[in-house]
Ligand binder design. Structure first.
Ligand SMILES: Cc1cc2nc3c(=O)[nH]c(=O)nc-3n(C[C@H](O)[C@H](O)[C@H](O)COP(=O)(O)OP(=O)(O)OC[C@H]3O[C@@H](n4cnc5c(N)ncnc54)[C@H](O)[C@@H]3O)c2cc1C
Length: 375
């Protein structure tokens, strides 16, 4: 929905990726008057590049693994209930790479999200037997979501201001003036953007990558993941993802054909595709914090807080209530390589924080990244 007149909103959400769309959707459901502002187009950042696989994490028991898997279950339920037409729930096969991995996974079974079964290689006939000789875990609720479809649908009844590149955020007389609109609050959901100095303490870094869409008549019946991910086929198209461009730097002058070809060779070593032609290549950034947990909540005024409590740098604990914050400025970012898994849960936490003043867990709030930054 485009905007025709000057308006005052409760919240302006910067970024029309999956985090901005989820935050806008949840806030609107809670009765807030919101606008989404996008410098380019819907899903033009990392969200448009993603394979958008929704799969659980199989890893030793840790807060991070629990957080990912709780978010995974939440996301599947959320998309299934609200946007089923964009969810391709064909299940996802996590192919194992060694006897050791089988043993490790067996020990973790109690800890995995439900609805899985182990398949041995003879039960996986779509794959070259050599690539799946150790079998794999099939998660029947693993899925792929249509990224731009679901984002467009989420914000379909929400005002959208695009293209507008927000370069400066300042509250004057209780409102943020952005282009032709005013907002009482702003939520930065700008992914890899380095535009906002207010959030520089979050230490966000980018890991770039490609997804390639392949045209093939081979029917891939479910989604699968080993060293690369391959989606189930839909209308003759299969997604293959993703490359990882190291050192967090994207060099525009560099040719990434080698990285893309290596990924496609891996995909071909798993499945004997009948035809295999590259239809499209997408490129974007995964945006992460230093400890890989996402970050959401009120944006701390890092400069003023440090001025008032300089001893935080030496490790003295200052209670969060005493911190200074940018008024009505929030962030939802650092979704890493699992943006479509994390965004619904983060948006729900942030909305409850804004509307009901609930507490945001320490593992994902802005204080932890601030403390890491000052020390
Ligand atoms: C190759 C690749 C494969 C991936 N595969 C998966 C996967 O299989 N499963 C999964 O869950 N996740 C995957 N991810 C991760 C996922 O894509 C990201 O975590 C997610 O897209 C982040 O969403 P976001 O909304 O935070 O950021 P983005 O999608 O980057 O959105 C941010 C938006 O903000 C806009 N913006 C930025 N600055 C400004 C400004 N100053 N003014 C106005 N607008 C601005 C940008 O144009 C952009 O549209 C993958 C990522 C990549 C790159």
């Amino acid at each position: 929905m485009q905007i025709s007149k000057r308006s005052l909103y409760d919240y302006a959400i910067i970024g029309a990726g999956i985090s901005g769309a989820c935050v806008a959707y949840f806030l609107k459901k809670s009765g807030k008057n919101v606008v989404v502002i996008e410098k380019d187009d819907i899903a033009s950042g990392g969200s448009g590049a993603a394979g958008a696989f929704l799969s659980p994490k199989i890893c030793s028991k840790s807060r991070y693994t629990s957080f990912i898997n709780d978010s995974f279950s939440y996301a599947i339920k959320f998309y299934r209930e609200n946007f089923p037409e964009f969810l391709d729930e064909k299940g996802i096969l996590r192919i194992l790479r060694s006897e050791d991995e089988i043993k490790k996974c067996r020990d973790l079974e109690d800890f995995m999200p439900k609805d899985f079964r182990y398949l041995n290689s003879s039960e996986i006939d779509i794959l070259n037997q050599n690539s799946c000789k150790f079998g794999g875990y099939f998660f029947s609720n693993g899925a792929v979501i249509d990224a731009s479809g679901v984002i467009s649908q989420m914000i379909k009844d929400i005002d959208l201001l695009k293209p507008l590149h927000v370069e400066h955020l300042e509250m004057v007389d209780g409102v943020y003036n952005i282009g032709d609109i005013e907002a009482k609050g702003v939520i930065i959901c700008a992914g890899a953007s380095e535009d906002f100095e207010q959030i520089s303490y979050c230490g966000l870094k980018n890991i770039f990558g490609h997804r390639v869409d392949i045209e093939t008549s081979t029917i891939v019946p479910f989604h699968l993941h080993k060293e690369c991910s391959i989606s189930a086929s839909r209308d003759g198209i299969v997604h293959v993802g993703a490359t990882h461009i190291p050192n967090y730097k994207y060099d525009k002058s560099k040719d990434y054909t080698k990285e893309i070809d290596e990924m496609l060779e891996k995909a071909k070593s798993y499945i004997d595709f009948k035809e295999f032609s590259v239809k499209n290549i997408y490129f974007g950034a995964r945006n992460s914090t230093q400890d890989f947990f996402p970050v959401t909540g009120e944006v701390i005024d890092a400069k003023e807080t440090l001025k008032k409590y300089p001893y935080i740098k030496k490790g003295t604990l200052v209670p969060r209530e005493k911190y200074l914050f940018h008024k009505n400025l929030y962030i939802c970012a650092g979704l890493g390589a699992r943006g479509f898994v994390l965004a619904p849960k983060l948006a729900s936490y942030l909305t409850q924080r804004i509307c009901k003043e609930t507490h945001i867990d320490k593992t994902i709030d802005t204080q932890r990244v601030f403390i890491r930054y000052v020390r």
